[in-house]
Design a protein around this ligand. Structure first.
Ligand SMILES: Nc1ncnc2c1ncn2[C@@H]1O[C@H](COP(=O)(O)OP(=O)(O)O)[C@@H](O)[C@H]1O
Ligand SMILES: [Mg+2]
Length: 385
């Protein structure tokens, strides 16, 4: 899998390395931190939506919301697709916990990659724990276990023997460990690790999903998109042909003496890194436009008045919702004052907002927070999913 990192950059790459972290860090300015947390919660669903869509999962964002509310399709196949999202969302949450609790954890370690794979597959319905071989045969996938047979993806043949896979994984673990890299190399390692992990293709199935989870984890480790306000999977999924073509180009062997020193083409790795960071920038710019404050407030207002116009929300409920976007959180005790009503009526209003799933509360009597479900997301963040 060498070279693991480009030994030099291009002017375009230099620019991207500067712009991506700054543009990402500037996202969400002016919004309440608790609202940003709710947007990050939405992005976990959006990430699952795109990464699984790339592998043929047709669920919509509203089907994912339904699944999280334990409402499933009767049709078994559609239901399994919903369960795939629940699994992915749970893994991403468990992953965030681990990153937070284990500051020394190397996200490029074999242990971490196998853990991601295991956590995902263990949660999938039995019927989804299969890989299709080239001849069309279905072979069972053991959660967290490296493959023990050859694999072809596009024109790329992954390393065959388990000891070869382990050898590449150990280089991957050492050379791309974000803690070891400094400055620009952190961003190059982020981009390169995405390709190199799928080049190794360590599992019989699920390599794409694991690679994209790794990319999320890597970003958090290097402090880019640690607020999780965007996802690069959206760019990959929206132009799948481009994603596959860039992965395939980076699989190619070294062309000549000027093309780096490892067996794989360094020029193509540089181009892959530029592609990866262009995708990041594209997604950051997209979210920048969606988080533009005046427009966001206008769309939020439109969402609330849409509900009141259709008699799905009372005028008093709307008052609470209007304040929620600015305050991030509203204690239940504040509701009588905000709406100018007595306690009994305030309790009904709280219930109304919770039932409509436009607000949520983490405990039975806890403060109200915004709940960005698929309906609200489609108005607040058009074309997000
Ligand atoms: N030419 C290629 N070289 C390396 N990886 C590739 C190539 N083409 C596609 N991929 C990666 O392989 C993934 C598919 O592998 P697979 O094990 O089926 O993962 P999943 O089950 O998550 O789809 C794609 O999502 C992509 O990330
Ligand atoms: Mg697959």
């Amino acid at each position: 899998m060498l070279p693991a990192l480009p030994s030099h950059t291009t002017p375009e790459l230099d620019e991207l390395i500067l712009r991506v972290p700054t543009a990402s860090a500037a996202l969400g300015r002016g919004l309440h931190p608790l609202i940003l947390e709710e947007i990050a919660r939405l992005m976990v669903k959006v990430n699952s939506y795109y990464t699984n869509a790339m592998e043929g999962n047709p669920s919509k964002l509203k089907d994912i919301d339904a699944a999280l509310n334990k409402e499933f399709f009767k049709d078994k196949i559609a239901r399994n697709y919903q369960l795939e999202h629940v699994a992915h969302i749970e893994v991403q949450e468990a992953m965030l916990q681990r990153l937070w609790q284990e500051p020394k954890l190397n996200v490029c370690s074999e242990e971490f990659l196998c853990w991601l794979h295991k956590q995902f597959f263990i949660r999938l319905p039995e019927e989804m724990r299969f890989a299709k071989t080239e001849s069309g045969k279905l072979v069972p996938v053991e959660p967290g276990r490296l493959r023990d047979r050859g694999i072809t993806v596009g024109r790329h043949e992954g390393p065959v023997k388990q000891e070869e896979i382990r050898h590449h994984l150990s280089q991957f673990e050492t050379l791309l460990n974000p803690e070891r890299l400094t400055g620009a190399n952190k961003l190059l390692g982020w981009a390169s690790s995405h390709h190199r992990s799928v080049w190794i293709h360590p599992f019989p199935e699920g390599n794409g999903r694991v690679a994209r989870l790794l990319t999320t984890a890597y970003g958090i480790r290097i402090g880019v998109n640690d607020h999780m306000l965007w996802t690069v999977a959206r760019a990959f999924a929206r132009n799948r042909a481009d994603y596959d073509a860039h992965l395939a180009a980076a699989d190619l062997p070294r062309r000549n003496d000027l093309d780096g020193r490892g067996p794989l083409s360094e020029e193509n790795l540089i181009e892959f890194c530029a592609y990866f960071l262009r995708c990041c920038e594209d997604q950051i710019r997209f979210m920048e436009s969606r988080l533009q404050l005046t427009e966001l407030k206008r769309r939020y207002q439109r969402f609330i008045s849409g509900l009141t116009d259709e008699k799905q929300l009372s005028k008093a409920g709307a008052k609470v919702m209007e304040q929620l976007l600015f305050q991030g959180e509203i204690a239940r005790g504040q509701v009588p004052e905000i709406c100018g009503v007595k306690q009994r009526r305030a309790t009904q209003i709280v219930k109304e907002l919770l039932n409509a799933k436009i607000a949520r509360s983490r405990t039975a009597y806890g403060a109200l927070r915004l709940n960005i479900d698929s309906d609200m997301a489609s108005v607040l963040f058009p074309k997000l999913a």
